[in-house]
Structures are given as structure tokens and as C-alpha cells.
Design a protein around this ligand. Sequence first.
Ligand SMILES: *Cc1c(COP(=O)(O)O)cnc(C)c1O
Length: 399
Amino acid sequence: MKFNPADKIQDLQYFGEFGGVNPSISDSSTYTFLSAKTMLDTFEGNTDGCHLYSRHTTPSNLYLGEALAAMEGTETANVSASGMGAITPVILQLAGAGEHVVSSRTIYGGTYAFLKNFIPRLGIKTTFVDITKLDIVEAAITENTKILYCEAVSNPLLEVADIKGLSALAKKYNLKLVVDNTFSPLSISPIKFGADVVIHSLTKFINGSSDTVGGVICGTQEFINNLRSVNDGASMLLGATMDSLRAASILKNMRTLHLRMKQHSYNAAFLADKFQADGLKTVYPGLASHPSHKLFKSMMNDDFGFGGMLTINVGSLEKANELMELMQRRNLGNLAVSLGFYKTLFSAPGTSTSSEIPEEEQKEMGLSDGLIRFSIGLDNDINRSYEMMKECMIEVGVL
Ligand SMILES: *Cc1c(COP(=O)(O)O)cnc(C)c1O
């Protein structure tokens, strides 16, 4: 049978403490032990099923982690307080002073800032590359390289990583391939193509209601145990722990993720087709004109489409701002960063989510001022939304 991540989530069965259809929420920061010996064993990481202290594990966090591990096809997972709270410990666990990271240059602004500005202080260097060119990626690898880092579908330019090709390089040079899959949950399963660690910002599509930040690291039991080690685990010691109440609420939202992704993808594909036909410079991995359309297609799972993210280029920041403000006044969406909400969200990445990237480098990677990034919502009648968007575009003169 074909691997379908939505089926894997559905196959998990839950009973709460009193037979509830949802697992009971754990409301404790610390846990009692009947024997002192068990407490010692738990400290040493040797006791399954016991909880020590909620920065380490909580029953609610483990339930959510289990669902995310099932979705990504990994042995286990560790949830965190935010996406950055997942990304930063992974990098710090895998690389130390004198070591080196090869990263895609088109990544989330916060990740870029961490690699570029923060970890050099700890003696870790990063080379940023065009991740779509495997020869350039390989040339950047040195004997000190430990991590190959990319996003399956990149923010904000929607470049697609050749995970199989990158994984072959990672194996050849003994690196860990770390893939941020935030833009393509369910659609792409990076583990199938050889990724070692898969990360998500749960803040986006997975939670889907823009009411919390959250993150997850999906990987082997051994790697997750290392991250949780009380002695030298980056997740445990840096302390970006998710709260149990949040974990329970994100788990409930995950039950509609497959339905939401289908609708996000359907709506985004519809708009991308229309915008392109209207003559707008449109980037969407589902369009045959996208340079990585075939690659995405070769990696995607059935049913969930090419995702909810698209960009258009309207030429200048002034036009972009004018259009976004008008669309917001007409209630077609919100001028806001982030993604995966029920409502369409739009922003100009050059001045918002990618503003950590210097202007010169933005130009080099094709990130221009007039770019608008859309996270397409769950609109019931997307043609109606399209007609109203088109009116806005005509009024501000981009069509
Ligand atoms: C938002 C985002 C992050 C960071 O996640 P937070 O939950 O905001 O910390 C990382 N990667 C990508 C691709 C994102 O979109």
C-alpha cells in the first residue's frame, strides 16, 4: 500500500483517562514517583512511560508528537514552543565550534538570521547556496560540514528541494539532511526521500488557526533522546517547551489537516491559473511554468495538491502595498505575515518575513520589491474571491 500520511494520523487511537474520545490533558509541571529508584532511572533516560518534569516530556506533548511522527513517517518526534524552538536546537545538537552548515539561501528569515548572525558567535559557519543546483551544494561541502539544511518548498520563493539528490550528497559526505517541511505538510514526506530530520513550524498549516506558535522535530528515537537528554540535549537545555494545553489544542486541529490542505491547494491552484492567464507573474509549484513543477510532482503524495502558497509580482512595493490594503478593506484577506489560516493572508516578503536578508542578497536570490506572498485561505467559492481580487487589481492598475 502507498504511504499516505493522512491515513497514518487517522490510524492512531486515543482514549482519555475516563474513556474520553480525546486524550486527557496533563496539567502538571512535575510528576510523582512511587519509588526513588524509578526517578533516578528516568533522569538517566532509561524508563519508558514515566514523566519527570514537563520541560522534558508531558503526556499531552507526547500525544501530539506521536501524531506528527506518524504523519512524517519517523520513529518519534519532539514538540517545541515554536518553529524556531525546533530549528535552533537541531542545529546546535548537530554542529559545534569549528563545524560548518551548508544551507539553502532561500529559507525562513528567522532561520537565515540564526545561521548568519547568531551561530558564528559559537564558532559555527554557514555557506548559503542555491539549493536547486546540486553541483553548487556539493562544492560548498567541506571536511567540517555536519548539516545540509533546506526547506522542502522554500519561503518565500517556493523553490523546491530535490530531497533525493540532497540525501545522496548527505550520505556521501556523512552529513545530516535537515528539512523544514512547513510549507508542504502531507503533500511531501521528506523521510521517504532520505531526509534525516524533518521540522515544522506548527504555527502555520498544521495548527491552522493562527492562535499559537509551535514547532516539532521528527526523527529517530536516538536523535530525539539526544535532544531530550538532561545532560547535553539542546531541546531540554534551551527550554523552548510547548505547554500541554497548547499541545492538546493543536492535536485536535490536526484532525482536519487533510481536509484543509486539500482546500488550500484547490483554491491556490485555481487562483494561480487565473492570475497567470491574466498576465501576472505568478509563482506556484502546481503551474507547469514553475521550474520545479515536475520535481514537486515526482515527490508528492496523492490527494493534497501543491499547497496553499503562491506569489505574484506586481512590479513595485508601492503597488504591492496599495493592492494589499485594498484587498484587506474588501475583506479578501488580511495583510499579515504567517500562513495556513482559514483566511487568505498576504504580505510583501522583502519588507516583512525576509527583511532579515540584506537587500543585496534579496536581489541575488530573485526576491524583488513587488513580490506579494499569498497564503490562500479556505474560501468556499474561490471564483467569487478571484472576481473580487481582480477588481482590486484593476483599480490599483496592476491589471
Ligand atoms: C514560520 C516559519 C518558521 C518559524 O516558525 P515559528 O513558529 O514562527 O517559530 C520556520 N520555517 C518556516 C518555513 C516558517 O514559515
